[in-house]
Design a protein around this ligand. Structure first.
Ligand SMILES: C[S@@+](CC[C@H](N)C(=O)[O-])C[C@H]1O[C@@H](n2cnc3c(N)ncnc32)[C@H](O)[C@@H]1O
Length: 196
């Protein structure tokens, strides 16, 4: 990831709880899905401030992030089943086929190179493993114009307002299992894929 994104999230870590309030309903659904799965090794990419750690009920979790400040806050919130590491989604320091589950919650449109992050996720996921991608996705309706109009500002805020996951080759290697939509315009979605 770029040093600028890293610096941005280091500074933003203090204000992130405000964003969290808005994301709460989506995360509730995400963890409902996650906690219904059999016990497994779970990798959370771009774990952030760890405010959601209380929702992890079942799995052994490794959380990674490139922001040392985010991890510092998350460290105070973690429980016994959670380990945290400073690591880049685009070059994961894990062996192939290590994890049963991977979560990317509002991260895939933040990383510099989503293609690389998806490739790496595929590599470290076990066959039949599942990946959960929670994010905004640019729809094929009038909202896409909004996404395009704020593209310049979104870059300043270190995310990609225009985001089409189907444009990435690595996602085609996964099988889409479920698409859970949030809100009236289904702008936010939880996509659940499996590695064949
Ligand atoms: C919008 S926050 C999301 C935090 C949390 N996942 C959530 O849903 O609230 C994005 C997080 O991704 C982290 N991040 C950005 N690029 C990354 C990368 N290449 N590898 C790992 N983490 C990254 C940022 O530092 C930040 O903590």
């Amino acid at each position: 990831m770029s040093k600028q994104t890293d610096n941005f999230y280091n500074k933003f870590s203090v204000f992130y709880p405000l964003v969290d309030i808005f994301l709460k309903p989506q995360k509730r659904k995400l963890f409902e899905e996650i906690n219904n799965l059999p016990f497994g090794q779970l990798l959370e990419i771009g774990v952030g401030n760890g405010r959601h750690f209380q929702f992890y009920k079942t799995h052994m979790v490794i959380g990674i992030d490139t922001s040392s400040k985010m991890l510092e806050i998350a460290e105070k919130r973690k429980s016994k089943n959670i380990k945290l590491e400073l690591m880049n989604a685009e070059s994961l320091l894990f062996q192939d086929q290590t994890f049963d589950y991977i979560i990317l919650s509002h991260v895939i449109a933040v990383v510099d190179n989503p293609e690389k992050a998806l490739e790496e996720s595929y590599r470290v996921l076990k066959p039949n493993g599942k990946i959960f991608i929670l994010n905004h996705f640019t729809p094929n309706n009038w909202i896409r114009h909004l996404d395009h109009s704020i593209l310049f500002f979104s870059k300043k805020l270190h995310f990609k307002s225009v985001f089409n996951i189907e444009n990435f080759n690595a996602i085609k290697k996964f099988t889409l299992l479920n698409e859970i939509c949030f809100g009236k315009f289904s702008y936010f979605k939880l996509l659940i894929y499996a590695k064949p």
